[in-house]
Design a protein around this ligand. Sequence first.
Ligand SMILES: [Zn+2]
Ligand SMILES: [Zn+2]
Length: 582
Amino acid sequence: MENNIDKQRHSLAHIMAYAVKELYPNVKFGMGPAIESGFYYDFEFPITLEQKDLAKIENRMREIIKREVAFTKKDISKKEAKELFSNQTFKLDLITDIEGETVSTYESGKFTDLCIGPHIKSTKEIKADAFKLTKVAGAYWKGSEKNKMLTRIYGIAFDTKKELDEYVAMQQEAEKRDHRKLGKDLRIFIFSELVGPGLPLWLPNGTTIIDQLESLAKDMENKAGYLRVKTPHIAKEEMYKKSGHLPYYAESMFPPMVLDEDGVKTTYYLKAMNCPHHHQIYAAEPKSYRSLPLRLAEYGTCYRYEKSGELFGLMRVRSMQMNDAHIYCTEEQFAKEFMAVIKLYLQYFKIFGIKKYIMRLSTHSKEGLGKKYIDNEVLWNKTETMVRDIMKKSKIPFVEVPNEAAFYGPKIDVEVWSAIGREFTLATNQVDFAVPERFGLTYIDKGGKEKTPICIHRAPLSTHERLIGFLIEHYAGNFPVWLAPVQVWVVPISDSHRKYAKLVAQDLKENNIRVELKDENETLGKKIREGQGQKIPYLLIIGDKEIKKKSVGVRERKKGDLGMLKFSKFVEQIKKEIESKK
Ligand SMILES: [Zn+2]
Ligand SMILES: [Zn+2]
């Protein structure tokens, strides 16, 4: 904790515990660390704490802050500590976990906590109006379901009130943009009890978005020399053993299916990744250096088991359609291929208006070799150096994270920020120097020698589920015209305008524009409100004037009434807008 704000946040956790102690003397204390944007503390309360009780705790915290309480570190022996915390079961538990004979404590006023610090010197350093308690939640002691459920109080804290207010405003905006809420309102996807948790069903609107994303991906991949393949959703256990996914990845896979054919039993799994299938396609024909690079692409559907408690809207699901591809190349081709993938990411960021992003290069750790990672240090160092050099050359912002690699090679995780500044991990780009060998994938090099190709796993558009979840928030449901499920509503003012409205709608359809005719018996005002609610980019209003002049009254979703426009002119304009993907 080098940052003063982290020290303040952690100190506020102590102050909260102090306030709770004054208000509920029989409380038992768990742990209270600083976290991103704030802090929390876990307690065992003698009562059931409710959200409304937070104001009282918050006020008491402000009183304590005003007392200008100092934080004093004291090292004491374990024996003394056990006496000091004699009626605090959780603290005693922590003391037994600590190695050595002394433990470190922090005293602030009449509250002492077991803690290694660091802390601020005094509550004078905290601005009493720049923090807020936010919510009450349940949390298992030490995060294990086997332990007692405690009450966790979360708080947020910043250097200034202004920062706090901005953060709160951003959270509120994020709530409005929540993909689960907008996904329902805009009829994009649903979940069904009968289908099962984590298995989204895409409604016609969502499917249109998917189709547009796929056609974008196909277009980009065609231009970049990818070949498209399709593979089944299941495969035999044997293949996943060969790939190494079984047994290591078994927990993330759905349970096996056993097929009994005339007494011969075969075990199948739903596919959790497309790679082993693609490796089979690679292996189907002998390869020479001339066949490489070979880039196999598939929007493959994968199934992964996530605990039901961890499922979250479209962001954490059990079935996913992945913008997958595997690039098989020689060592000499690697840098160019890897760079091309990185450039593809950047092209997508531009299309989606993603302005802030960072790439995380995850590398191996020496200790993990042979356990978490394939045991070949020379190859690890070599591939990591290659990737690092490429990243440095590309001048793309990146950070290096040790001990986070995939088991077969280093990877790059791409993090992006939505329009309101929320962070999402979208896609990965992985180097694989191990699995091709396990599958016996080879090519004959220029000198006639048999070699193993390197494989790049990449998914710049992530999965449809994750990307669309992100885009809903990013655009607040206002999809750009090229992506909008319905691009135009044609709205006749009264019965006498229906016939012309129908012709307009038909004409738009023939121009490949996604249009709906809104000729129900409702008032114009109601239809306009509804169209705005559905975030339809253009409403075309048809009345006497418009018919007479072969025109349409244009209402744009953000700018409102744009006045009358020749119908042919409108078609020309919207087609241009769609083509430019703006
Ligand atoms: Zn502390
Ligand atoms: Zn893969």
